[in-house]
Design a protein around this ligand. Structure first.
Ligand code: USQ
Length: 402
């Protein structure tokens, strides 16, 4: 299949280009390289070095024996987007080109407005461009499990049957997002659903959990093919941060009680799931939702697993509760479905501990890079709009529990 990846230079876009090419798909993509700039803006850099685009493309050709068509550009440039899609005529478009950080969107008015404009209008442009130049193509749109929030009932995949005042209907499950970033994905969901209904576009909206991991097998040993791995308070996600913290023996930063529960999945599972979605397109006019995660854990469970994984490679690290910079529930019910991808053949990895050991071993080689930006580990972006460093609030958990 011909697969176009928007956001091909990012944490998931770059490995996905490799994963798909290794399976015989033809890949092209677009990226404005903004992730590189955002991470610099918040005072950090990727723990794993990120090579210049021309070096990445050179390495790609060497490893896979085929060139990767890359366009540097922005989804906000509608004319450019139409041109590149018209030239490539994709069977599938994977849309990963959004600003992905909840804390970044909560810094101040300017960052909230930037996030909403960039993500919502970029995604709207993608819908209009597909309608204009490749209406048969399948849009695989990256949403987030965070669209649903943490309701006190089970979470279905997108839709549920409701009975109200004696009448029944199948309706979109309520979205209760918890940051201006997560809300952009809710807006995208509505726009995508509407475009499918109105223009007969076809789309899979992926409600993805928190991804972690430093590698997929397809990358081999070439450092130019590795993906980025962020650890700062904005672009580093929980497990990635815990593994980077472990490598420099920095206490693992558990926000609040650590009882927040989320769906998590390793990068290799994310690649598997996105590929399953691409290879099994919906019908024209169909809008479908996949909840995409391997398993649900509390962040405290994950910190304890990271502590054990670090101990296995000789690193002793503490866990510290710090006051939560976010306004979020810390003790709650959480039970989302994830049967659609399983029905397509998704085989979950199921071994978070093993993946963490791989990550810590990979990251040990880049200890100095993490140490050089260790200040970026401490959160000071707060959901209440003030900006101050979080304090240690609880007991330090020193014992390694299994
Ligand atoms: N957390 C900690 N300590 C840390 C970092 C995070 O306890 O050092 C906690 C947070 O308070 C939160 C949970 O871990 O309760 C997850 O936070 P995160 O930063 O790993 O993930 P999140 O902000 O939810 O966003 C990430 C990606 C986003 C994606 C989302 C999927 O950045 O692009 O949409 O995961 S989901 O969480 O399912 O909405």
């Amino acid at each position: 299949m011909r697969v176009f990846i928007a956001g091909i230079d990012g944490y998931l876009g770059w490995p996905l280009a490799q994963y798909l090419t290794a399976r015989g798909h033809e890949v092209a993509g677009i990226d404005k390289l903004l992730r590189r700039r955002w991470v610099e803006e918040v005072g950090s850099h990727s723990a794993i070095p990120v090579y210049a685009v021309y070096e990445r493309l050179h390495a790609f050709r060497e490893r896979f024996g085929t060139p990767l068509t890359f366009h540097e550009g922005d989804l906000l440039d509608y004319a450019l987007l139409c041109d590149v899609l018209a030239a490539f005529q994709p069977d599938a478009v994977v849309h990963l080109a959004e600003m992905p950080s909840a804390p970044y969107s909560m810094i101040d008015q300017a960052h909230a407005a930037f996030t909403q404009h960039n993500n919502v209008i970029g995604s709207l442009n993608m819908l209009w461009a597909m309608k204009a130049v490749c209406p048969q193509a399948h849009l695989v749109k990256l949403g987030t499990m965070g669209e649903y929030g943490t309701p006190n009932v089970d979470i279905p995949e997108g839709f549920f049957e409701v009975e109200f005042r004696g009448r029944k209907d199948v309706l979109p499950f309520p979205r209760q997002a918890n940051s201006f970033y997560h809300l952009t994905k809710v807006h995208d969901t509505h726009n995508t659903m509407f475009a499918c209904k109105t223009w007969e576009l076809r789309a899979t909206d992926i409600m993805q959990g928190v991804v972690f991991g430093t590698q997929i097998d397809e990358m081999g040993d070439d450092p130019r093919l590795r993906s980025r791995l962020d650890f700062d308070q904005c672009f580093g996600t929980a497990i990635n941060r815990f593994c980077c913290q472990a490598v420099i023996e920095h206490p693992l930063t558990l926000y609040g009680s650590g009882g927040q529960k989320r769906g998590f999945l390793p990068m290799r599972d994310s690649m598997q799931c996105l590929t399953l979605a691409i290879e099994s397109p919906p019908e024209p006019g169909e809008y479908r939702v996949f909840n995409q995660f391997e398993e649900c854990y509390t962040v405290e469970e994950l910190a304890l697993k990271a502590q054990v994984a670090a101990a296995a490679v000789g690193i002793t690290v503490e866990i510290q509760h710090i006051d939560n910079p976010r306004t979020e529930q810390e003790a709650h019910y959480y039970n989302p479905d994830r049967s659609h991808l399983i029905a397509l053949g998704y085989e979950p990895t199921h071994d978070v501990a093993a993946e963490m050991r791989i990550m810590i071993n990979d990251l040990k080689a880049h200890r100095d890079r993490i140490l050089a930006r260790r200040d970026a580990l401490i959160p000071d972006i707060r959901w209440d709009g003030t900006r101050r460093r979080s304090q240690v609030i609880g007991a330090v958990l020193t014992s390694v529990k299994s």
